[in-house]
Design a protein around this ligand. Sequence first.
Ligand code: HEC
Length: 110
Amino acid sequence: MKKGLIATIAMLALSAFATTGFADTKKGEKIDGAKEFKEHCAVCHPDGGNIVNPKKTLSKKDREANGIKSVKDLVQNMRKPGPGMTPFDAKAISDKEAKAIAEYILKTFK
Ligand code: HEC
């Protein structure tokens, strides 16, 4: 009876770990799109601008004029950007991080 209870608690604890996403990031914390953006992108895109090519900011208007509309488009753009932008492969920015950055851009720069 007691053993069964302990086993149940252990299993609950384990599944709580698994569902909070604890297991899928390196540092054991949730990916913060804003933080990743600051780290990798803000040098050239401060506040969603573009210091290298001011015509290609991250604003919705500029992005959509260039066909970059969804999370998928944004991730693709990070992997294979246009001239003047650093390409980011999966080693530099994992798929999960890239998605978090993309979601941050979509919701932040209108
Ligand atoms: C070294 C400077 C630099 C860095 C770092 C950089 N970019 Fe860029 N980015 C550019 C330039 C230059 C362009 C315009 C490229 C072109 O002509 O298509 C651009 C274009 C873009 C565009 C298309 C904007 C539009 O209006 O068409 C997106 C989206 C974008 N960058 C996202 C990112 C993200 C996300 C990161 C970080 C993971 C990042 N960039 C890091 C320089 C940079």
